[in-house]
Design a binder for this molecule. Structure first.
Ligand code: SF4
Length: 243
C-alpha cells in the first residue's frame, strides 16, 4: 500500500492541550542552554551548534564572546582568531568562515544589528531556518518552532507531528501545538527529548506523558509524577549529556 503523502498528528487537540499543560507544569520557565550575552552572540552560538552539543559550544564560546561580543569585534578577531576559540567544535573551519562573513554582512547591511525577520536572518551566512527561528524566539520574543534533532525525533517517534523533513515537522507541529503554549514549545520539546525521550532509548518509565503517548516505541503506560525540575539541575545535566 502506498503511504499517504501527508501524515497527521495521532493526537486530538484536547490531548495536545494536556501534553503541553504538563510540560508547562514540569518546566514553567524553560530556558535554552546555549550561552549568549546579546542577539549577536545568540546568532553565533546557534550557528556553531549545528552537529555539536550545547555543552561543547558553551565551552568554546565563553572565551570567544569574552574576546568578541559584537560584529565589529568579531571582524577584528579575524578568522584565525575565531578558529583558535572554536577548534573543539565540529566543522570549525567552515563555521569560523561563516561567523566572519555574517559579522561583515551585519555591519554592511544591517547597521551592526541583528535583524528580526526570518527572511533577513536567513540571508546571513550559516543561518538556516532553524537558527533563524531560535533567534526570533529567544532574542525577539516572536513565537516560532525551531526543529532540531530532538524536536524532529519527537514529532515522528511520538506521532505528534510526523514529517519527512524538518520543515514538514515544523508545519505539522504548528498546526497542533495549542497557541497558548507555542512560545515555550521549542524548549519543552528539546528538553523532553534530551532528558526523557532520548534518541537511543526513551525513558518511558519517567515520562510525564506516558499515559497519553502513542509511540510504537513506548515501554510504559503509566505517567511519571509531574515534578518541576530546578533549573540548575537541568544545566548540570546538560554538561554530562552526550547528545
Ligand atoms: S512515553 Fe516514551 S516514547 Fe512516549 S514521549 Fe514518553 S519517553 Fe517518549
Amino acid at each position: 500500500m502506498r503511504r499517504p503523502k501527508r501524515f497527521k498528528s495521532a493526537y486530538t487537540q484536547e490531548e495536545m492541550e494536556e501534553i503541553f499543560r504538563r510540560f508547562s507544569v514540569q518546566r514553567p520557565e524553560p530556558r535554552g542552554e546555549l550561552e549568549h550575552v546579546n542577539p549577536f552572540t545568540l546568532v553565533v552560538a546557534v550557528a556553531l551548534s549545528a552537529q555539536a552539543t550545547d555543552a561543547g559550544v558553551n565551552k568554546a564560546t565563553r572565551g570567544l564572546f569574552a574576546a568578541a561580543d559584537t560584529p565589529a569585534r568579531m571582524l577584528a578577531l579575524g578568522e584565525d582568531g575565531v578558529i583558535a576559540h572554536i577548534r573543539t567544535i565540529g566543522l570549525y573551519r567552515n563555521k569560523a568562515k561563516n561567523v566572519i562573513a555574517l559579522s561583515q554582512m551585519l555591519i554592511d547591511e544591517f547597521g551592526g544589528e541583528v535583524p528580526n525577520t526570518r527572511e533577513q536572518l536567513m540571508r546571513l551566512p550559516g543561518v538556516g531556518r532553524k537558527t533563524a527561528n531560535v533567534v526570533m524566539s529567544m532574542a525577539f520574543g516572536i513565537p516560532t518552532l525551531a526543529v532540531d534533532t530532538h524536536v524532529f525525533r519527537l514529532g515522528n517517534r511520538c506521532l505528534m507531528a510526523p514529517g519527512k523533513t524538518p520543515d514538514e515537522v515544523e508545519e505539522q507541529f504548528l498546526k497542533v501545538i495549542p497557541e497558548a503554549y507555542l512560545f515555550h514549545a521549542h524548549h519543552w520539546l528539546i528538553l523532553h527529548g534530551r532528558y526523557t525521550c532520548k534518541a537511543r532509548r526513551p525513558e518511558c518509565e519517567r515520562c510525564i506523558i506516558a499515559d497519553l503517548c502513542r509511540s510504537p516505541e513506548k515501554s510504559c503506560d503509566v505517567a511519571a509524577p509531574l515534578v518541576e525540575l530546578p533549573p540548575q539541575q537541568i544545566g548540570e545535566a546538560a554538561l554530562v549529556e552526550s547528545e
